[in-house]
Design a protein around this ligand. Structure first.
Ligand SMILES: Cc1ncc(COP(=O)(O)O)c(C=O)c1O
Length: 432
């Protein structure tokens, strides 16, 4: 049956209209490997979306696949609630050896949460409130933290907030303050935030926590400076609040370091992780918390799917394969330079366009959602999967796998350049 018939016959008839990515990438995908996806007609696309940073190590990595198949074939545990399993022990040990110890983070514990990022955010905020006995959480403009009610309350995006129902029902207990650069490069938002927290008449209740993304993924690839991250960490400490860093999209190497906040040298009280933890797109989220905050009573934060054993198996491979030493990290940093150069060429085509982001989480603010969508839809026609982000979807955002071969990266950037050239001509003609 041709794709258009399948689409009408089942997806449009049966699947909720809430679906989103499939609207921009209108094809029936049947196969994926590395940084390429193939549709039912045999057309191959370069994947500059990588499951929105879930496939940092590409699709179907051979070593992860092999380890998972072996685990399943020997009837290894698939689901065990949060019981002790060999797969969990091995992942925990590898995470300790390759991530925590080399960063001097031996004083953190790991809490398994429900399997998606939003579950980790919920757990982080609940814990900060329990530890401090306070309610208010400071989150930031353009921040995105997930779709469950607590995480949505922290999220700035109006469209997503509307999804909660009438008005802002239930989206409470949060104060939204300006992220780094929110008023442009010349305004230091740290000073403003300090004033709001320190002025007892600002209307901001004493915070339980500050939560920020080191690089805002959905909010337009705004990258916080080291100084700003450090400033927020100091402010949290000074005011008895916990620092939560939401590293769900910027983590697992995406920024060029394992954690998106590594460059700031801070030690957050709580860190949320998800997306690329499993490395194979299997759902897996967790919270890293300083030992002194581990005050939960057993089962006080529970859930059926905490700790996905298949994800432990593939996640362990990611740690052993990519994080045993700094070779991969250096490779990622070198690739991010190629990415910057490619995006600079695109920015030059569009008046007023500017580069956003950091590491392998970069893009171009092309000034309007219309222009960005023109570029991404033309890219898709030419065989490149790429998304937009930002308050008005004005940023063309590259989230290609960190393992992308240099040749594929350059090929994708060439397609993007061509699409941007055509789009800027079209928008120019329309404006004349
Ligand atoms: C920074 C950040 N936090 C939380 C989430 C929510 O994660 P999930 O979609 O897995 O619930 C996302 C998802 O994009 C994210 O980018």
């Amino acid at each position: 049956m041709p794709f258009t018939d399948i689409k009408e016959d089942i997806f449009e008839r049966r699947e909720s209209i809430v679906r989103s990515y499939c609207r921009n990438f209108d094809a029936l995908f049947v196969k994926a490997k590395g940084s390429e996806m193939t549709d039912a007609d045999g057309k191959t696309y370069i994947d500059f979306l990588a499951g929105c940073s879930t496939l940092n190590y590409g699709h179907n990595d051979d070593d992860m696949k092999k380890a998972l198949i072996e685990h399943i074939e020997r009837d290894g545990i698939a689901h065990g609630l949060d019981m002790y399993t060999d797969a969990k022990a091995e992942w925990l040990k590898a995470f300790e050896d390759y991530i925590l110890k080399p960063r001097g983070m031996d004083d953190y514990k790991i809490m398994m949460t429900g399997p998606t990022g939003t579950n980790a955010v919920e757990a982080a905020v609940k814990l900060a409130r329990k530890v401090t006995g306070r309610t208010n959480v400071i989150s930031f403009t353009n921040g995105f933290h997930g779709m469950t009610m607590g995480a949505l309350a922290l999220t700035g995006n109006a469209g997503k907030r509307k999804g909660a129902g009438t008005g802002s029902v239930g989206l409470t207990g949060v104060s939204h303050l300006p992220y780094d650069g929110a008023f442009g490069d010349d305004v230091d938002t740290l000073e403003q935030i300090e004033m709001m927290i320190e002025n007892p008449s600002s209307g901001i209740d004493a915070p339980a926590a500050f939560i920020f993304e080191p690089i805002q993924g959905e909010g337009g690839l705004n990258a916080a400076s080291k100084e700003w991250m450090k400033g927020i960490a100091d402010l949290a400490k000074k005011h008895g609040a916990l620092l939560i860093v939401d590293d769900i999209q910027s983590g697992c190497g995406r920024s060029g370091d394992y954690f998106g906040f590594d460059i700031a040298g801070i030690k957050p009280d709580i860190i949320t992780q998800a997306k690329s933890l499993s490395g194979m797109g299997l759902p897996f989220a967790c919270v890293l918390l300083k030992k002194e905050h581990d005050i939960w009573k057993p089962a006080e934060h529970n859930g059926t799917f905490r700790g996905n054993n298949h994800a432990f198996v593939t996640g362990k491979v990611t740690l052993e394969k990519f994080w045993k030493d700094d070779a991969f990290q250096k490779e990622v940093q070198a690739k991010s330079k190629i990415l910057t150069e490619g995006l600079q060429k695109i920015a030059k085509l569009i008046p007023g366009a500017k580069l956003k982001g950091r590491g392998m989480m970069q893009g171009v603010d092309v000034g309007s959602g219309e222009m960005a969508s023109e570029i991404t839809s033309r890219s898709f026609e030419k065989g490149l999967i790429i998304e937009t982000s930002g308050a008005d979807d004005e940023v063309v955002k590259v989230l290609v796998a960190l393992t992308v071969p240099e040749e594929t990266l350059r090929k994708g950037l060439d397609i993007l350049l061509e699409a941007a050239r055509e789009a800027s001509d079209t928008v120019k003609v329309a404006a004349e």
